[in-house]
Write a protein that binds this ligand. Structure first.
Ligand code: GLN
Length: 281
């Protein structure tokens, strides 16, 4: 009986796109395979190295504008676009997401050409989006636990072209800037969530592994991961509630017309309350 081949994972340019710790996504994928008895092979490609062709999963992280432009230039002349065309799974975080688009403009107004792998464009917003973000993955993404948490730190706002959909809807935070967050198209998943996003959201990690292997993965019981998720989601929810209570307390009754409820301040954006996943997940 042949031995199962290793799942080949490539971490692209952590020296350029490693500012926000997204290399942790590679560690999560490798460990979640090995914990189930599967073999994983991780290749880290730094600037100057050849990008291996024909691997199963390619990971891009976040980085500053100059590094992002250099990573885009290196990837354009590499085996990466062909690997994507060949159906490889891609997780692209923040700068990585922006690089996959057709064009981006950085905060200095410089045009940064993208790989044109996805029909999306990125332009700078007046202020940087920084902080915790909570989103709800779209049903078609097929996550067992659709609540996604992370932190975001970006100036760019991303507009998706027709025919591609966001990964999630924003519950708290900014994301793409239009209420959506990230992108899903074929085997490509893009997101603004750092954290690392796969450490915070194991269901997304397993979804990527299933997309790459076709395997129906057995559940992993990791109490620490479940507790991390409960904590970050609860904190985001309490912060939203805290903002409402402060706003309500700061609005003197005399400013209210008869019968008017005390105004309620929605969290960063007027999204509904964030629900907690059941314990143990
Ligand atoms: N430099 C890009 C921006 O500011 C991406 C930042 C990131 O990767 N966190 O939007």
């Amino acid at each position: 009986m042949g031995t199962e081949s290793a799942v080949r994972i490539v971490l692209l340019f952590p020296d350029l796109l490693g500012t926000y710790g997204d290399r942790g996504n590679a560690t999560v994928l490798v460990e979640r395979l090995r914990a189930r008895g599967h073999r994983a092979e991780l290749t880290e490609v730094v600037a100057g190295m050849k990008v291996p062709a024909g691997c199963d999963i390619y990971l891009l992280g976040g980085g500053e504008d100059i590094a992002q432009a250099e990573a885009s230039r290196l990837l354009a002349g590499s085996a990466f676009p062909a690997a994507v065309d060949g159906g490889a799974v891609v997780l692209a975080v923040c700068a990585g997401l922006q690089i996959l688009g057709t064009a981006a403009v950085d905060e200095e107004g410089r045009a940064v050409s993208g790989l044109g792998v996805l029909d999306l464009t990125t332009t700078p917003a007046p202020r940087r989006a920084i902080g915790e973000i909570v989103t709800q993955a779209l049903p078609e993404v097929g996550l067992a636990d659709p609540v996604l948490t992370g932190f975001e730190n970006h100036q760019g706002r991303t507009r998706l072209g027709t025919g591609i959909s966001p990964l999630a809807r924003v519950k708290r935070g900014t994301g793409n800037g239009d209420g959506g967050e990230g992108v899903v198209h074929g085997n490509i998943v893009g997101t603004y969530l750092h954290g690392p996003v796969l450490a915070r959201n194991p269901a997304l990690a397993d979804r990527l592994l299933t997309m790459a292997t076709g395997w129906n993965l057995s559940p992993l019981s990791l109490p620490d991961v479940a507790e991390l998720r409960r904590g970050t989601i609860a904190a985001a929810r309490n912060r939203s509630g805290f903002r409402r209570r402060v706003a309500s307390a700061l609005t003197p009754r005399r400013w209210l017309s008869p019968g008017m409820d005390r105004p309620d301040v929605a969290p960063d954006d007027d999204h509904d309350v964030i629900s907690l996943p059941p314990r143990g997940r």
